[in-house]
Design a protein around this ligand. Structure first.
Ligand code: 1TT
Length: 848
């Protein structure tokens, strides 16, 4: 494998190191010379000095942490910046770190020291967390043949043992039961010795994490020239490039992911974390536990496992494990059990993700065995394949396997997961193979499908464009976008399709410009609308005459112009535009263009609603949802499909506080089938959509609900808009779990009506149907943890759990329904208080 890397001579950043904590027994008697130095009850003041050395000469003056008085836990958590840059380091650079104690008024005494080589294996700069051995009482010497090395070799016993156990694992050593037992007892004892060593002093430090490994280098390496795959070779022009760059409202990228036009900028201004870490290093496990596992597993290793069949009790146990949600971590015993029966389990499609969770990826023997088992496994579901593309699975064979399983998904299904698959690229090692190809099976797969289907290709492009604007991952996605374009140009119609994407970028840019101009106008709204319509009519402007372009928001629709008279400005803060496009088929397509807002959270919610709608329809349940389209076209602008509708607040205001009156006005029916004078179909739509959004907003924890973001269409479709608060977040206290208001229930005929009962039935069916698909939904959320979604970012590790909680997977289906039933009843009861004086906290929620 060859990785992308960067040379140290190109890193013009000061060397920095974070002093985290000192662990282990630091009995002061060990290093203080005289006992009277230890005044009883007086805390010690520890500080740490860091000095760089190269070839036995100091490279810098010492730099130190602040004094800190500690009682027993020593934690500085302080970043130190050294007066030297990475580019000026010799390959022999060492960091001499000493922990000092100030004993009384006298000079500091070394608690201990350690010398760390900055460049490790293959002359690569060490990065991330480091555990450094502290030599008690010694000052770090920073010398080439240091007496205070940061790494101490395992004892000979341990090393020999490691090798032997490995050979035993591989089946090179024939098992002899009685002898092995004795041997294992001995091994246990050696482990105890190792465990004792764990109590020695160690200093934990962190080194900066760069985008790429930083390799020591003074020689000049020539990078591949700045390519211009985006510009048509027949019409050589930097102009094309610049136009696209402008149109996309972001810099264009070279194959190295470097913005073409911008000067050399540092990835972020945060010195502690320079950029995204594509590291999938699995946390090193406790050596004692690791050995235990190896012993347990090696006992039962070898050809014997192949024919192993579980007895009924173990079968139940395994079955139980297989039904765990994807988030569940397995206990050591469960892992050993799954490992033991891995051959038996290859016929269970649910078992592969569980089995792969049991593999210790730092153990090459286990990795080889696991990878060899992949082709023997029965095909797994696409739902589970998505789990294997998550953060936790860093093995390339596993990820390629997952991609191969994904090939089963047709374009419609792939479209449902595309947003997440683009996110999953963050968890791939994008390894450079040739000058412009990145060897990631997921990326190759996505590019291939995006090229085959222009609709997929449209969304793939726009999802990439948004990520390109990101400070941290932008560069990586720049490379991805570059590769997509390069491959697209080789495809039939490639140039034409590239032009389409470029023109879409221009379209977005003109809307963005228009939006900014509108905001800068110093007029009243009516005047602004008037001026905007004039601007829209300008025949030179793109919006009056669009060259038949697929709408980025909905590429199945080809648009040719905007109708000025049917365009206006919303009366909200950022003054979003309402633009009505005319399609090729003469139908109208109204949209909202928002500038100044990040639409990614809304985009995610709508995508999940679209997916849920598909899952429900597959089970023959059409809940008349309105998954209007949302597309973020950048990190601060985007398009939203406009659905003719009215906020519930306005509906109630204009119709004597009654939803029924509104529906009656649009669809009256006096016939025998009517319900409260409303067309039966309209009422049915209303009830179904109320149920659908009740369940979905509950699952997603949608907050900040009020009568202005609950919309109703004249034909009975109720739907929610504006998803600025999700996963339980809410600006108001005591948010009810179900977002139902009094007027919604009243329109059904009240909480005792036949229609209300029907509504509840729809809720239960929807809940259980989605619950059966919980794994898929949870896996999709798991892939979004590093997406820039505000409400996920708050607590990324808890995001998936917040959704999982709602499913109550701990309950049987029957119990889950009962639970859901009680939530609805409680929420609705709160709206209709028995005693008029007491106002339930949940009812309070709907008051403005
Ligand atoms: C949305 C989506 C939305 C305001 C912000 C919050 C806005 C679906 C979708 C407009 C409409 C496009 N409307 N909103 C809503 N709007 N809709 O996130 F954009 F103005 F800032 C509208 C219906 O179609 C809005 C209505 C009433 N008030 C505000 Cl009908």
């Amino acid at each position: 494998m060859d990785f992308s890397y960067c040379l140290s001579k190109n890193v013009e950043l000061p060397v920095s190191i974070r002093i985290a904590t000192l662990e282990g027994s630091c009995d002061r008697k060990q290093w203080t010379n005289s006992l009277d130095d230890i005044a009883e009850g007086v805390n010690s003041d520890f500080f740490v000095t860091v000095q760089l050395y190269g070839d036995n000469k100091p490279l810098t003056v010492p730099v130190r942490t602040s004094y800190k008085a500690f009682t027993n836990h020593h934690a500085w958590n302080e970043w130190l910046t050294l007066p030297i840059k990475y580019c000026d380091l010799p390959s022999s650079a060492q960091c001499a770190i000493t922990v000092w104690d100030i004993v009384g008024p006298r000079k500091p005494v070394p608690v201990g020291g350690t010398t760390l080589e900055l460049f490790g294996k293959h002359f690569t700069l060490r990065r991330g967390k480091q555990k450094l051995h502290i030599w008690p009482g010694k000052e770090a010497d920073g010398r080439v043949n240091t007496t205070t090395p940061s790494k101490v070799k395992l004892d000979d016993d341990m090393e020999k043992l490691e090798k032997l156990v490995k050979r035993y694992d591989c089946g090179d050593i024939r098992p002899v039961e009685w002898l092995d037992k004795l041997a294992f007892r001995q091994i246990e004892q050696i482990h105890m010795k190792a465990a004792e060593r764990a109590t020695e002093m160690a200093l934990y430090v962190d080194l900066p994490k760069f985008d790429f490994p930083v390799v020591f280098g003074e020689t000049e390496y020539t990078l591949p020239s700045v390519a211009s795959a985006l510009s048509n070779p027949q019409q050589p022009s930097n102009q094309t490039n610049a136009a696209i760059a402008n149109a996309m409202n972001q810099p264009m990228y070279t194959e190295n992911g470097n913005p073409i036009q911008s000067s050399n900028t540092h990835p972020t201004d945060n010195p502690q974390n320079y950029s995204l870490v594509l590291d999938l290093d699995i946390a090193r496990d406790n050596p004692v536990e690791a050995k235990h596992r190896r012993l347990v597993r090696s006992h039962r290793n070898g050809p014997l496992d192949r024919d192993l069949k579980p007895n009924p009790k173990i079968r139940d146990e395994l079955n139980n494990i297989m039904s765990y949600p994807p988030t569940q971590t397995l206990t050591t015993e469960e892992k050993d059990l799954v490992w033991k029966f891995r051959f038996y389990l290859t016929r269970d499609k649910r078992a592969l993700t569980k089995f792969l969770k049991c593999v210790v990826w730092t153990d090459p023997t286990e990795v080889r065995q696991a990878v060899d088992l992949l082709p023997l496994w029965v095909d797994i579901d696409v739902d589970d394949a998505l789990e294997l593309l998550g953060k936790e699975f860093g093995n390339r064979s596993v990820r390629s396997y997952a991609v191969n399983q994904l090939r089963k998904a047709d374009d419609d299904d792939l479209l449902l997961y595309l947003l997440q698959l683009v996110q999953a690229l963050k968890f791939e090692h994008l390894v450079e193979k040739g000058p412009q190809s990145y060897d990631s099976s997921l990326l190759q797969f996505l590019i291939d499908r995006a090229i085959r289907n222009p609709i997929l290709g449209n969304y793939f492009h726009w999802y990439l464009m948004v990520e390109c604007g990101d400070k941290v991952v932008g560069k990586m996605y720049g490379k991805v976008a570059f590769q997509y374009f390069t491959t697209l140009l080789e495809a039939p119609n490639g140039y034409k399709r590239r032009d389409v994407l470029r023109e879409q970028g221009e379209l977005v840019l003109s809307m963005s410009k228009l939006s900014k101009e509108v905001r800068l106008m110093k007029d009243v709204r009516a005047k602004k609308i008037e001026k905007m319509r004039v601007m829209l009519s300008d025949p030179k402007g793109m919006l009056a005459n669009i060259p038949d372009l697929p709408l980025p928001l909905d590429p199945a629709k080809t648009v040719s112009r905007v109708i000025p008279a049917k365009s206006s400005i919303f009366n909200s803060n950022l003054q979003p535009l309402r633009l009505t496009f005319v399609c090729q088929d003469e139908t109208e397509y109204p949209v909202i263009f928002k500038n100044g807002d990040d639409l990614r959270q809304d985009q995610l919610v709508i995508q999940i609603i679209t997916l849920m709608d598909k899952l429900l329809r597959k089970e023959n349940l059409d809940l008349k949802l309105t998954p209007y389209k949302v597309l973020a076209t950048g990190t601060e602008h985007g398009l939203v499909q406009f659905i003719p509708s009215k906020p519930l607040a306005a509906v109630l205001n204009e119709h004597q506080n009654s939803v029924v009156e509104f529906l009656k006005q649009h669809h009256p029916d006096d016939g025998p089938d009517n319900i409260m004078g409303v067309d039966a179909q309209v009422m049915e739509t209303y009830i179904r959509s109320c149920a659908g959004y009740c369940v979905i907003t509950y699952l997603l924890g949608v907050g900040d609900r009020h009568l202005d973001n609950l919309l109703l269409s004249p034909d009975g479709h109720l739907f929610h808009v504006d998803f600025g608060f999700i996963l339980g977040r809410d600006p108001k206290p005591f948010p009810p779990p179900m977002k139902l208001c009094k007027e919604m229930i009243e329109a059904m005929g009240g909480a005792n009506s036949r229609h209300y009962n029907k509504f509840r039935q729809y809720c239960y069916t929807a809940f259980t149907t989605l619950r059966r698909n919980a794994n898929l939904i949870l896996n999709l959320f798991a892939l979004m943890v590093d997406a820039n979604i505000p409400d996920i970012k708050i607590e990324p590790d808890k995001a998936v759990y917040k959704v999982q909680e709602k499913f109550r997977l701990d309950l049987s289906e029957e119990a889950a329904i009962a639970y859901f039933q009680s939530l609805i009843s409680e929420s609705v009861n709160a709206l209709f208080p028995q005693i008029m004086e007491t106002v339930h906290k949940w009812a309070q929620y709907w008051r403005s």
